[in-house]
Design a protein around this ligand. Structure first.
Ligand code: FES
Ligand code: FES
Length: 158
């Protein structure tokens, strides 16, 4: 049995029928071709599938699409003109914040949330707050450096 859901995805309202066990990542990737959402563990551990659900960063691999009728969804595709995201992407490029790139969309979304909330932060805070995103290439030095370079340009917030 399927359920009809309506979501706002990157500012557009979309509807679709979903199986009870379909997770949001599959719905967004397979139906809407939002392939910035990467699936690593599919157990809520690695953070590769991180997107915004109702303004909060969330793991789309453990969010059931059927339970999210009416939700507001934002993915990396919907942030391409966001000034902070543009700055973060440039920094990942300049500071070698990616190797294979598999973890990168989740890293970008999580670091956007962190920098947007906290502004200027130090390396320890970055490592602590980003600990929910895993990089299978173990490229953490470059990732942290990329985020720190942006943080250094921002005002303190908290
Ligand atoms: S794929 Fe969702 S947390 Fe790993
Ligand atoms: S760059 Fe390869 S998983 Fe992080």
């Amino acid at each position: 049995m399927t359920k009809k859901i309506t979501l706002t995805v990157n500012g557009e309202r979309i509807s679709g029928d979903v199986e009870p066990r379909m997770h949001l990542a599959d719905f967004l990737r397979e139906r809407l071709r939002l392939t910035s959402i990467h699936l690593g563990c599919e157990h809520g551990v690695c953070g590769a599938c991180t997107i915004f659900i109702n303004g909060e960063p969330a793991r789309s691999c453990i969010a059931l699409a059927a339970s999210l009728d009416g939700a507001d969804i934002r993915t990396l595709e919907g942030m391409k003109d966001d000034p902070l995201m543009v700055q973060i992407k440039e920094s990942f490029h300049q500071e070698h914040g990616l190797q294979c790139g598999f973890c990168t969309p989740g890293m970008l979304v999580s670091s956007w949330d962190l920098l947007n909330r906290k502004g200027k932060i130090d390396e320890t805070q970055i490592r602590c707050d980003m600990s929910g995103n895993l990089c299978r290439c173990t490229g953490y030095q470059g990732i942290v450096r990329s985020i720190k370079a942006v943080a250094d340009t921002l005002p303190e917030k908290e």
